[in-house]
Design a protein around this ligand. Structure first.
Ligand SMILES: CC(C)(COP(=O)(O)OP(=O)(O)OC[C@H]1O[C@@H](n2cnc3c(N)ncnc32)[C@H](O)[C@@H]1OP(=O)(O)O)[C@@H](O)C(=O)NCCC(=O)NCCS
Length: 175
């Protein structure tokens, strides 16, 4: 399977919303996604699609606030979990933020979402604060994570290492 990361467009929203309904306790509406993707200047919404049949595997939305990047949403179709789709999307987002001159990135994650926390920790995100009862569907706390200094040599090396594992994965499946 060859995965391509590309800009989220209106034509992707049916598939994005299908995944969103399946995985999110507080699913975003079509209207919200439409408003977000229309704001090209300070938003970056991307989708992971298969090159072969244009199946949508996952998506990530990021916003820029002055000199910070905020990852607002990440979702992957459960049928494709564990195949580094989210890893590709996060890598793409962090490199894009850095290309804009942004060096710090933050996000919120549910306190019990171990899978997502592991994903972010692999990229160097660290828990910095807690918002108690933040998620209104089940009262779960939000952990606020930050990744500082995207251009630090250690962070560049970390992301290179992650990118190399993606290449190896690609070579494994494509010989
Ligand atoms: C959390 C979520 C986005 C992860 O998506 P994913 O595509 O399955 O994530 P990845 O495949 O990139 O990474 C997960 C697994 O791949 C493996 N992996 C990925 N990159 C790796 C790397 N560089 N080295 C080693 N292992 C790696 C790991 O085994 C990892 O498994 P783990 O969860 O046991 O650590 C997905 O589960 C999801 O959509 N969940 C519901 C929505 C959600 O929680 N969103 C986040 C809100 S903050």
């Amino acid at each position: 399977m060859t995965v391509q990361i590309t800009t989220m467009k209106e034509q992707h929203l049916d598939q994005v919303l299908r995944i969103e309904q399946e995985i999110s306790g507080i699913p975003w509406s079509r209207r919200l996604f439409e408003e977000e993707i229309a704001r090209a200047k300070d938003r970056r919404y991307r989708v992971a699609v298969t090159e072969e049949n244009e199946e949508l595997l996952g998506y990530l939305g990021m916003l820029y606030i002055i000199d910070e990047a905020h990852i607002a949403t990440v979702g992957v179709d459960p049928n494709h979990w564990g195949h580094q789709v989210a890893t590709r999307l996060v890598l793409d987002a962090l490199e894009a933020a850095l290309a804009e001159g942004i060096k710090d990135c933050t996000l919120e994650v549910r306190a019990h979402n171990d899978r997502a926390k592991r994903l972010y920790q692999r990229f160097g995100f660290a828990p910095v604060a807690l918002r108690r009862g933040y998620y209104h569907d089940n009262g779960e706390d939000a952990i606020i994570m930050w990744l500082y200094d995207l251009d630090a040599p250690s962070e560049l090396a970390r992301r290179r290492g992650i990118a190399d594992t993606l290449k190896q994965d690609w070579q494994k499946t494509h010989g």
